[in-house]
Design a protein. Structure first.
Lengths: 266, 339
């Protein structure tokens, strides 16, 4: 479905990403992990096309994205951005209907079918009751769900998420990830999520891509990627990795080791 | 309950017709008000029953004033108000800043500087000489201001202020150098003068207004997405750079032609789109036509006030719009929590 072919990107002379090559298949749920500055966000921007690769190609359904119209990309790929307040006030329904944009002509109005799709998207994300509310007046968790509803209204086959759980409380984090798992398993949506939360990713993602200094450090099922050695090498902290008591997924516990986690004063 | 989208063709039509009716009413009332008293009844009767509009050599002096002086002036006020409001709405969205306006961004100043240079160099005789230079001034300003302030909208507004100051200096330089006796009329023009328009100029302003509106309306839904952020618009399938370029061009063109013949009339493009958003929401499919109509009505009314407020003389309409607009700007600033 999506293939990165030796992709690299640089700001001026410094390579931020190098030789990124992997592919995701229909139905995958991939989590992208890595420390600050490892290139996670840049990688996401290359996949969603906001940035163009300095070398290599990003292929969507076998086609080089560089030569594709934004409209055609938007019919396949939806992005749930980091939550930001809007300058102008739109209602939740207006925001969700914006997801229909790639399917509408310039001067067309939303049809009954578009409204139906938007309503279904709002029901799946439990935002239907918010339809008439002003987007800016919602809580962070509600806004994040509305942004997913908009992405679903696009009827994409690939969903990208950018740190979507970062500012959610525990309950909303779990609800959010459960929704993603539902969409992934029941609707066959392919998901690629950039996140900081290793444990949440281990619990919900089928595959993990671990980035270190702009290169792929490891790629595989959580059990193979999230290991004590892996965490130490990539994050430079000592961590214990055991099994989640409920699911058996790897669980990371950071060890407060003064020697390695805090740089010595000189 | 059947669900309906917030904006439908029917809703746009309904609100547009309502505002068009208001516009028409303001137009008729403005025709009837002025230093020479012409009764509303007489005005309406003359307008509809006195045969073809235009100068009537045989007609009464009132009818002559009505058709050869007031009619073009009020019509022109409506067109300029619509142009400035439309440009304001477009700039606010592109910059995601409700405080943007052709005047505050310096686009009006740039256009005026271009127009003054053209007049001083004697290019006014050329066809489209003045509006062309005004357009070049507008495009130069837009490019300059947006390249300085593209990262931060507060810096952008400051850039507008600075560019405005620069163009004011340019304008004053050319005014000081000018040996022309009509310095008073030039100064008057700079503060907004709607009394100068010839039929040809009215036609030119309506033409650019129609073209600008067409371009903007064609991108109305894309602008809804752009209003929520450029990456989002891209993710939802908009060719962001091309859309921005066209909208900047349309906004600059509409501003430049209006300024070339009417001078600097501030704050119209700030107040009107803001009020329309508060009343009808931020969807551009409704915002554009509603702003144009309401802006037209507003400037016709403001110009009428300028004509009759001081009985012995006429005020430049820019004085009236600034007296109303500047406090409104401060109100918006404080509402947003300031800089």
């Amino acid at each position: 479905m999506l293939e990165l072919d030796r992709v690299g990107f640089r700001y001026r002379e410094d390579w931020v990403l190098r030789e990124i090559g992997f592919s995701i298949e229909r139905g995958d749920f991939l989590g992208i992990l890595g420390p600050n500055g490892s290139g996670k966000t840049t990688l996401l921007r290359l996949i969603d096309g906001v940035l163009s690769p300095g070398e290599g190609r990003v292929l969507l359904h076998g086609r080089d994205m560089a030569g594709m119209k934004r409209r055609d990309i938007a019919r396949v790929m939806a992005v749930v951005p980091q939550d930001q307040p809007l300058v102008f006030s739109f209602s939740v329904r207006e925001i969700v209907l914006m997801g229909r944009s790639p399917h509408l002509g310039n001067l067309a109005f939303e049809s009954a079918r578009d409204l139906e799709i938007a309503r279904t998207a709002m029901e799946e994300t439990e935002t239907a009751s918010l339809a008439e509310r002003n987007f800016n007046e919602l809580s962070g968790g509600e806004r994040q769900r509305v942004l997913i509803a908009r992405a679903l209204a696009q009827e994409p086959s690939l969903l990208l998420l950018d740190e979507s759980t970062a500012f959610l409380d525990l309950r909303h984090q779990v609800a959010f990830m459960s929704l993603l798992r539902f969409l992934n398993r029941e609707k066959g949506l392919t998901i690629l999520a950039v996140t900081h939360d290793i444990n949440l990713a281990a619990l919900f993602c089928g595959k993990i891509l671990l980035l270190k200094e702009g290169r792929i450090h490891a790629l595989g099922p959580p059990k193979e990627v999230i290991t004590e050695t892996g965490i130490r090498e990539v994050y430079r902290v000592r961590a214990a990795v055991d099994r989640h008591p409920g699911t058996g997924a790897p669980r990371v516990t950071v060890m407060p080791d003064m020697e390695t986690s805090v740089p010595k004063e000189r | 309950m059947r669900e309906r989208p917030p904006v439908t063709g029917a809703r746009i039509l309904r609100i547009t017709l309502l505002l068009a009716a208001i516009c028409g009413a303001v137009f008729v009332v403005s025709l009837c008000l002025g230093p020479a008293r012409i009764s509303v009844f007489r005005g309406v009767r003359d307008l509809f029953f006195s045969g073809e509009p235009g100068l009537h050599p045989s007609g009464s002096p009132e009818t002559a004033i009505l058709f050869s002086i007031r009619f073009p002036r009020v019509l022109f006020a409506g067109l300029v108000g619509a142009s400035l409001s439309l440009a304001g709405a477009a700039f606010q969205t592109l910059l995601r800043n409700p405080l943007a306006d052709p005047y505050i961004l310096g686009v009006s100043g740039g256009s005026a500087a271009g127009a003054i240079i053209a007049i001083s160099l004697g290019l006014a005789a050329l066809p489209f000489g003045v509006p062309l230079f005004a357009f070049l001034g507008a495009v130069l300003t837009v490019t300059l201001v947006f390249s300085i302030g593209k990262t931060d909208s507060n810096i952008l507004l400051l850039a507008g202020v600075i560019v405005n100051a620069f163009f004011s200096a340019v304008i004053l330089f050319f005014l000081a150098m000018s040996r022309s006796a009509d310095l008073h009329s030039m100064t008057f023009w700079l503060m907004g003068d709607l009394g100068l328009a010839s039929p040809r100029e009215i036609l030119l302003v309506s033409g650019t207004l129609a073209a600008g509106f067409g371009i903007l309306y064609f991108h109305a839904r894309a602008l809804n997405l752009l209003a929520t952020g450029e990456p989002t618009a891209l993710h939802l399938g908009i060719a962001v750079e091309r859309t921005k370029g066209l909208v900047f061009l349309a906004g600059s063109l509409v501003t430049a032609v209006a300024v070339a013949f009417s001078g600097i009339i501030g704050f119209v493009g700030l107040i009107i789109p803001h009020m329309i958003r508060m009343l009808f929401g931020a969807d551009h499919r409704l915002l554009f036509p509603a702003s144009a109509l309401f802006g037209g009505a507003y400037l016709m009314a403001a110009d009428t006030v300028a004509r009759i407020l001081v009985s012995s003389t006429e005020l430049p309409v820019g004085v009236v719009t600034a007296l109303c607009g500047a406090p409104y700007f401060i109100y918006l600033l404080r509402r947003k929590g300031g800089f």
